[in-house]
Design a protein around this ligand. Structure first.
Ligand code: TYD
Length: 210
C-alpha cells in the first residue's frame, strides 16, 4: 500500500487569517521536503468551484439547501482531489472542510446535527482530517479584518450574533474532539500566528516538520 499523506484543515470564522496561514504552513512543509497540495472549500476542483459561485453569490438558500450544496461541492473535492492526493503521499492543506458546515449551517443557522451526520456519511468516504487547526479570534476583530480586505459574501453580511454562534460552534467542535482539533489564538500578527500553527503541527503530527 502506498504511504498515505496527511490531511490538515484550517477552520475559523470570517477574517481569522486561514488563507495566509495556509500559505505559510505550505511553505514550511515544502522546505521540510513535503509535497503539499493547497486547496479550499467550497471549491478545490473545477466542478466544486462552480458550486462555490452558486453558494456564495446565488440564492438565498435555506439551511438544508446550503448544506446539500456545500456537501455536493465537498464530494467533488474529496473524490477528485483530496483522496487521490493522500494516496499519492502528499500533504493536503484545506482552507475549510466539513467542520465549516457544522459551525455555519448547524451552529449558526440551526440546521439539525443529524442532517450533517447523514450528509457526512454519504459524502466523505470515512475521511476525517488528521489535524484541524481552528483559528480563533473575537468576532468583531475578524469582521473588521474581513471588511478591510473588501470581502462581502453572503455569510459576511450576516449579523454579528450569527458569527458569535459560529465561533462558539468551532470551539465546541474542538472541545468535543481534542485529539483531532487544536484551537490557535489568531489575534496576533501573521508571523506570531504562523509560529503557533507550526508548533501545533510539529507536536501533533511528529515527523512532518523538523
Ligand atoms: P470565503 O470567501 O472562502 O471566506 P473565508 O475567507 O472567510 O473562508 O467564503 C467561504 C464562505 O462560505 C464563508 O463565509 C463560510 C461559508 N461556508 C459555509 O457556510 N459552510 C461551509 O461548509 C463552507 C465550506 C463555507
Amino acid at each position: 500500500m502506498a504511504a498515505r499523506g496527511a490531511f490538515i484543515t484550517l477552520e475559523g470564522g470570517e477574517g481569522a487569517g486561514k488563507t495566509t496561514q495556509l500559505r505559510r504552513l505550505a511553505e514550511r512543509l515544502r522546505k521540510a521536503g513535503r509535497e503539499v497540495v493547497e486547496t479550499r472549500e467550497p471549491g478545490g476542483t473545477p466542478s466544486a468551484e462552480r458550486l462555490r459561485a452558486v453558494l456564495l453569490e446565488g440564492g438565498p438558500w435555506e439551511p438544508v439547501t446550503q448544506a446539500l450544496l456545500h456537501f455536493a461541492a465537498r464530494r467533488e473535492h474529496v473524490t477528485g482531489l483530496i483522496l487521490p492526493s493522500l494516496a499519492a503521499g502528499r500533504v493536503v492543506l484545506s482552507d475549510r472542510f466539513a467542520d465549516s458546515t457544522l459551525a455555519y449551517q448547524c451552529h449558526g443557522l440551526g440546521l439539525p446535527r443529524a442532517v450533517w451526520d447523514r450528509l457526512a456519511e454519504v459524502t466523505l468516504e470515512g475521511l476525517r482530517p488528521d489535524l484541524t487547526l481552528i483559528l480563533d479570534l473575537p468576532v468583531e476583530r475578524g469582521l473588521a479584518r474581513a471588511a478591510a480586505r473588501g470581502g462581502n459574501n453572503r455569510y459576511e453580511r450576516l449579523p454579528e450574533a450569527f458569527h458569535a454562534r459560529v465561533r462558539a460552534g468551532f470551539r465546541a467542535i474542538a472541545a468535543a474532539e481534542p485529539r483531532r482539533c487544536a484551537v490557535v489564538d489568531a489575534d496576533a500578527d501573521p508571523e506570531t500566528v504562523a509560529a503557533r500553527v507550526a508548533a501545533v503541527v510539529a507536536e501533533r503530527l511528529p515527523g512532518l516538520l523538523p
